[in-house]
Design a protein around this ligand. Sequence first.
Ligand SMILES: Nc1ncnc2c1ncn2[C@@H]1O[C@H](COP(=O)(O)OP(=O)(O)OP(=O)(O)O)[C@@H](O)[C@H]1O
Ligand SMILES: [Mg+2]
Length: 269
Amino acid sequence: MKDNTVILSGRGVTKVFGFGANKTVAVDHVDFTFRKGEIISIVGESGSGKTTLAKMLLGLVSPTEGEIYFDGELRDIRTHKKKREYWKNIQAIFQDPFSSYNIFRKVDAVLLDCIRMRGGGNLPYDEKLEMMKRACSFVNLKFEELTNKYPFELSGGQQQRLMIARIFLLSPKILLADEPTSMIDACSRATILDMLMGLRNDIGMTPIFITHDIGLAYYVSDTVYIMEHGRFVESGTADQVILNPKEAYTRRLLSDVPKLHEEWDLSTV
Ligand SMILES: Nc1ncnc2c1ncn2[C@@H]1O[C@H](COP(=O)(O)OP(=O)(O)OP(=O)(O)O)[C@@H](O)[C@H]1O
Ligand SMILES: [Mg+2]
């Protein structure tokens, strides 16, 4: 699944908020190389800069310093048009699924937007309907039960599933998942992770998980980056970083997860 093509990389990527006494270095000269199909986790405690980095990768926040390369070339998102092109390739699901939706658009409009973004705007409605139904059934939602609802009328778990249905339709090359499972119980958490893994296998999507849960990182990832105060203090394969941590900070994160292996044993789900 993982091939050697570098899909996204960065050199010296930095974000400073504010000036003078109010200055916060949220992300501090990070380097990274993400390969196609590689499952990546970025782990760090609250305030370590994970979401800020995610926003820079998405092009929602511009770096103060450093370069980001996408698909082998310096990323260029200076115009609206180029940004929209870029967003066909990289999508995100956020901590708060609510923030991902325009609350004035009903569920089917949300899904139709995705089809349009992928260039399917002119398809006959029947075909679009079929695509929406397929996307919903992929995440175990019934399209018929949702179609006339607004996203805020769904349960937290349904909203999260709808987010993944959107991703199914958008088929991005990279998916950033910022604490994607925080709102749901352990059982559906495993299901959601399985769905994301399914997408990775079906469409070769590269998932990047952003979390403070090092147990989750161990369970899902090929490569783990440990973030502390805006910097990557350690990175490597999940086994290297989590079974043989070099940094005291990583060991401290690990000490919060006493039963690493048991907690993520899916056979109990
Ligand atoms: N728009 C902003 N303006 C000023 N400071 C910001 C802004 N966004 C983030 N910060 C600061 O940057 C630092 C990193 O924040 P960030 O949200 O990236 O952390 P995080 O690792 O995602 O934390 P959490 O695990 O709690 O989500 C924090 O000190 C935060 O206060
Ligand atoms: Mg965050």
